[in-house]
Design a protein around this ligand. Structure first.
Ligand SMILES: Cc1cc2nc3c(=O)[nH]c(=O)nc-3n(C[C@H](O)[C@H](O)[C@H](O)COP(=O)(O)OP(=O)(O)OC[C@H]3O[C@@H](n4cnc5c(N)ncnc54)[C@H](O)[C@@H]3O)c2cc1C
Length: 434
């Protein structure tokens, strides 16, 4: 297949804006708009030109997202399909699998979730217990996953399962595309600190995966999973998949048949508290508005936050310049993820300083939030307190900060590996939790 991508221009913003002028129509359904955007290569511009992308760098991809948002069009489908599954299949899938899965991802028709973590396997992901056993030309899967973001509206899951327990733990894992709409898949939402239910427990009982849904070869899942994790870390470090304004991809969320223009809202920059935005600009505006700017600590932390954002931006530019000459910054994905989680923690602490005692007041749900805002004469800011509560998550997901440090130490700095009693032993013989 080919896309309509025909140019690679340095002036990415001008190119995507010109395309939007010709193509954006708020009266299309989200499905119709995403079909147009996905086939054009502007939904996933960092993907290869031959697979619905434009071969652009990550920094250029961010500029495309910003240009779409600035134009006032509905952004590309977000979620784990465009962020993780698609890029991984582009690298490890067969051409037949790329044909089968990628178009549905870039056009938002199908949503994906990531079935990696288990109650006994998070940082030690290779210790996973979910097993897949061959039955004719299908695999039968049994086990439990946890922390499955978006599992309740996913059509397909990136599943890691053990296909050979008689070899060391990293060598007996396979990466599958699992149909989430089948008997035996039970999804139980978990309620988070923020009051939302973003992630789930997923119980798999005798669920079936066709043999041709194994991505990257049988027992080669660890290498494929590492590709997904690499995309996750660098994607999250760059600010995540979506362009801010978006609809839910996939058949379950119910957004595909809604009018695309209805997802695009005009933002009121003076209303910093109503957005989940803790950008330096909106926090500075808030501090000016409520007088917190007079506190030296607030001014210093604003400057620190600005500097950290600028360092991340310059690192991206440096990587871009290096990439042109075939070089790279070793461990950049891990560094970007660590930097993002530090930025969000500083934003959390700074937001709390600026809001003062009002940062301890939070309400769940739109109605209760309106009541709280009215009762505090607008001093409570539910959008900001939600990001204060959420700031604990980024240092855990995609591999914790400690694990990023371990990877940088071992793989980039060449420090000795952590001692491991597992080395070389078949998975079946390893001690298990529970
Ligand atoms: C918001 C959110 C969304 C998520 N979404 C998904 C998802 O969609 N799909 C999915 O599969 N998973 C998801 N996760 C799970 C996430 O990947 C795991 O939580 C993470 O890998 C940590 O695993 P764990 O929770 O089992 O903690 P553990 O591995 O039990 O770690 C507990 C603590 O011990 C530390 N630790 C563990 N091992 C080491 C070590 N070797 N060296 C130093 N410190 C160590 C950790 O850093 C951590 O502080 C999500 C998590 C969050 C918070």
């Amino acid at each position: 297949m080919t896309t309509t991508a025909d140019t690679k221009t340095d002036d990415v913003t001008a190119a995507v804006t010109a395309w939007l002028e010709q193509n954006w129509d708020p009266d299309l359904t989200a499905a119709e708009w995403w079909d147009r955007l996905g086939r054009s290569g502007w939904a996933t511009p960092t993907w290869p030109v031959e697979w619905y992308g434009r071969g652009l760098s990550r920094a250029e991809g961010v500029r495309v997202q910003q240009a779409i948002a600035a134009f006032g069009a509905l952004g590309a489908p977000g979620g784990l399909g465009t962020l993780l599954a698609g890029p991984t299949i582009t690298v490890h899938g067969t051409d037949e699998q790329r044909e089968r899965y990628l178009l549905d991802i870039v056009t938002g028709r199908i949503a994906w979730c990531q079935l990696f973590s288990e109650p006994g396997a998070g940082s030690d992901l290779a210790g996973l217990n979910t097993r897949a056993e061959l039955d004719g030309d299908e695999w039968i899967v049994n086990g439990q996953k946890v922390w499955t973001s978006g599992g309740h509206w996913a059509d397909l899951g990136m599943l890691l399962a053990r296909t050979d327990p008689d070899v060391p733990k990293h060598q007996g894992i396979t990466y599958f595309a699992l149909d989430m709409h089948q008997p035996g898949v039970e999804i139980r939402p978990l309620r988070e600190l923020t009051g939302r239910s973003m992630f789930n427990e997923v119980f798999l009982t005798d669920v079936r995966v066709p043999g041709d849904a194994a991505i990257g070869g049988i027992n080669n899942g660890w290498a494929v999973a590492n590709t997904t994790l690499m995309f996750e870390r660098s994607g999250l470090g760059a600010g995540g998949g979506g362009g801010g304004v978006s609809a839910l991809p996939g058949t379950v969320g119910g957004d595909l048949e809604r009018r695309a223009g209805d997802f695009v809202r005009t933002r009121d920059p003076s209303d910093a508290g109503s957005q989940l935005s803790t950008s330096v600009e909106s926090l500075a505006a808030l501090a000016h508005a409520n007088g917190a700017i007079d506190q030296p600590n607030v001014r210093q932390d604003l400057a620190r936050l600005y500097s950290m954002n600028e360092i991340a931006r310059y690192t991206n530019l440096r990587q871009r310049a290096l990439a042109r000459s075939g070089g790279e910054i070793a461990g950049l994905g891990n560094i970007a993820k660590l930097s993002m989680s530090r930025i969000l923690r500083l934003s959390r602490d700074l937001s709390a300083q600026i809001l003062g005692p009002y940062s301890t007041l939070h309400a769940y749900g739109a109605g209760e939030q309106d009541t709280l805002v009215a009762a505090t004469a607008g001093r409570a800011k539910p959008g900001i307190t939600e990001s204060i509560l959420f700031a604990q998550a980024p240092q855990i997901y995609g591999g914790t900060d400690e694990i990023q440090h371990n990877i940088l130490g071992e793989r980039v700095l060449g420090l000795p590996k952590e001692p491991s009693a597992d080395k070389g032993k078949p998975f079946r013989e390893l001690p298990k939790n529970g």
